[in-house]
Design a protein around this ligand. Structure first.
Ligand SMILES: [Zn+2]
Length: 256
């Protein structure tokens, strides 16, 4: 287990990183998907399955096994030799955010105020946003996700949070900031799996999306960025992807 949370006190010298900038949510890479992907209906069978609360589609074969990366994700999340751990975490955060942003970008026409009036992630789970008055408020999913993605993008763009210049240290708060970001990105994944998996299937993106999420989970586990309670939820309001996480752990693809 890498000691991301214990390593912040060390003095570090870093190579400069080329700052990456992500596309805005509205300029997603829909062009890389077939034109037919714009019409989302799903087969009658898919629609029927999507309505069955007992077994979400993302837990069904062959979708649950679909991935671009075969084998164990631990091998691609481990800290490479001679790479600074802060740098490694920062680069991966850029990638997770950028990829998730692109996926969500192609789903925005389905994730609307009407279709997704709450930030749902399970049959009895709706996330709340904490507003400026520190009150928990229910927001439509597209509003919630827009807040999350804008908030993360602003931090990635902020050199005092994600330093990009050589010789510039990461702030002491970096590990806790990353953990905070991780929790919110997990919620976006959880909403997409819960509310938009039929559309992911129709786009034939499930191998890509499963790979991205498995990578995200494996990385979060390796560097202690994920809270188990955030992935599972509570017994009265479980997170839908908690069951997927258990399945993948059982299949041995997340490492351990
Ligand atoms: Zn939605």
């Amino acid at each position: 287990m890498a000691t991301f949370f214990n390593s912040i006190g060390r003095s570090m010298t870093r190579a400069p990183r080329n700052p990456k900038r992500s596309p805005t949510p509205t300029s997603a890479t829909s062009a890389t998907f077939p034109p037919e992907a714009q019409q989302i209906k799903g087969t009658p069978q898919q629609q029927q399955q999507a309505q069955a609360p007992q077994k979400p589609l993302y837990l069904c074969s062959p979708f649950v096994e679909a991935a671009l990366v075969k084998g164990n994700f631990k091998t691609i999340v481990m800290l490479p030799k001679y790479v600074d751990i802060m740098e490694w975490v920062a680069v991966n955060m850029f990638d997770f955010y950028t990829n998730l942003n692109e996926f969500y970008g192609v789903l925005t026409e389905f994730c609307t105020q009407q279709n997704c009036a709450t930030m749902s992630a399970g049959a009895t789970l709706n996330y709340t946003w904490i507003n400026q008055d520190r009150k928990h408020v229910h927001l439509p999913a597209p509003t919630y996700i827009d807040y999350v993605m804008t908030w993360v993008q602003n931090m990635l763009d902020d050199d005092s949070v994600f330093p990009t210049k050589s010789g510039q240290d990461f702030p002491p708060s970096f590990p806790s900031t990353v953990k905070h970001i991780y929790r919110q990105l997990l919620r976006v994944f959880a909403h997409i799996y819960h509310a938009h998996y039929a559309q992911i299937l129709h786009l034939r993106s499930e191998p890509h999306f499963n790979s991205l999420f498995a990578h995200f989970l494996a990385f979060g586990t390796e560097f202690e960025l994920l809270e188990v309670k955030d992935v599972r939820g509570s017994s009265s309001s479980p997170v839908g992807v908690g069951a997927l996480w258990e399945r993948w752990k059982g299949m041995g693809i997340l490492g351990g």
